[in-house]
Design a protein around this ligand. Structure first.
Ligand code: NAD
Length: 284
């Protein structure tokens, strides 16, 4: 029998603790954190995230400002907006909503957000701190996976952990966070898939984390008995949202498995709030 590893109860716990701390700091210092979201042009998927961020922020006492910038703004004009936010003392943290319009280089913009105002933990200086294990903030999805793992009570020390996907926002930072916990960490990616050795790696995993973005890329029959399975993938198949792991067959083997939707997703926005709060606290 598997246990369904849902993100919402963990997210609620973190938000309750954040709300109490924000209220306490407001009484003590008369200030609250402010998160500014930059959105360039209209975008349907950004609009969904922005709505969820606003709701989460306001529910715990973080001020949220959405700065909508025109679609046709030049790279240097957007850079000027970021420069101003870096200087603005009322702004605690900044997130750049993806995707950005063609002609805008998001990497340059992310690197321009001051490391002390980076809400997503994606500035190279903040990513670098993960290497030494000394970090206050981290990429939200990778951190959400670590929270889910911690909630199971598993000791990662020496465990066979396989991460499928090596993106900069999920797989790479996550693999370092796992190494910091002394997990025996294997990272698989497109070349593993092309070589045909993905099943061999997955079959060894006592903890499996999949962040690929291809529905059913991991087959249920590959899952080791008793494995913990965290499915980060979000894929639209017909009118349904599914993960990267074949859920029904994987659940027959797993001890814990995240649902999609409802696993990693609900936690990601909460970690964004915690990052914003950490940036605010560091400046107090
Ligand atoms: P990405 O496209 O940047 O990276 C995909 C990774 O999968 C790459 O490392 C690539 O090498 C690897 N890959 C591709 N095909 C493969 C194969 N056949 N076998 C093995 N590896 C393969 O994607 P991303 O931004 O890391 O996102 C991955 C998924 O996670 C997407 O579905 C995305 O929507 C989802 N996601 C969810 C959340 C959340 O909050 N739940 C947040 C971020 C991303």
């Amino acid at each position: 029998m598997f246990i369904l590893l849902e993100g919402k109860p963990i997210a609620e716990k973190i938000k309750t603790a954040l709300a109490a701390e924000i209220a306490m700091l407001k009484t003590k210092h008369g200030k609250s954190p402010k998160l500014v979201a930059l959105q360039i042009g209209d975008n349907a998927s950004s609009a969904v995230y922005v709505k969820a961020q606003k709701k989460a922020a306001e529910s715990i006492g973080i001020e949220y400002e959405l700065k909508m910038l025109p679609q046709d703004l030049s790279q240097s004009e957007v850079e000027n907006v970021i420069s101003d936010l870096n200087k603005d003392i009322s702004t605690s943290a900044v997130i750049l909503q993806m995707p950005v319009p063609k002609g805008i280089d998001p990497k340059i913009l992310v690197n321009m957000i001051a490391p002390g105002k980076d809400a997503e933990g994606m500035h190279p200086e903040n990513l670098g701190k993960i290497l030494s294990g000394q970090y206050r903030i981290a990429p939200c999805t990778a951190m959400a996976v670590m929270e889910l793992l911690e909630s199971t009570g598993i000791k990662l020390y020496g465990k066979e952990v396989v991460v499928v996907g090596h993106s900069e926002i999920v797989g790479k930072p996550l693999s370092i966070m796992l190494l910091n916990k002394f997990a025996t960490t294997t990272v698989c990616h497109i070349a593993t898939g092309e070589r045909g050795t993905l099943p061999d790696h997955v079959k060894r995993a006592e903890v499996l984390i999949v962040a690929v973005g291809k529905a059913g890329v991991v087959k249920g029959e590959w899952i080791k008995d008793g494995a913990i399975v965290i499915d980060v993938g979000i894929n639209k198949v017909g009118d349904k949202i599914v993960g990267d792991v074949e859920f029904e067959s994987a659940a027959k083997k797993a001890s814990y498995i995240t649902p999609v939707p409802g696993g990693v997703g609900p936690l990601t926005t909460t970690i964004l709030m915690r990052n914003a709060m950490e940036q605010f606290k560091a400046k107090l």
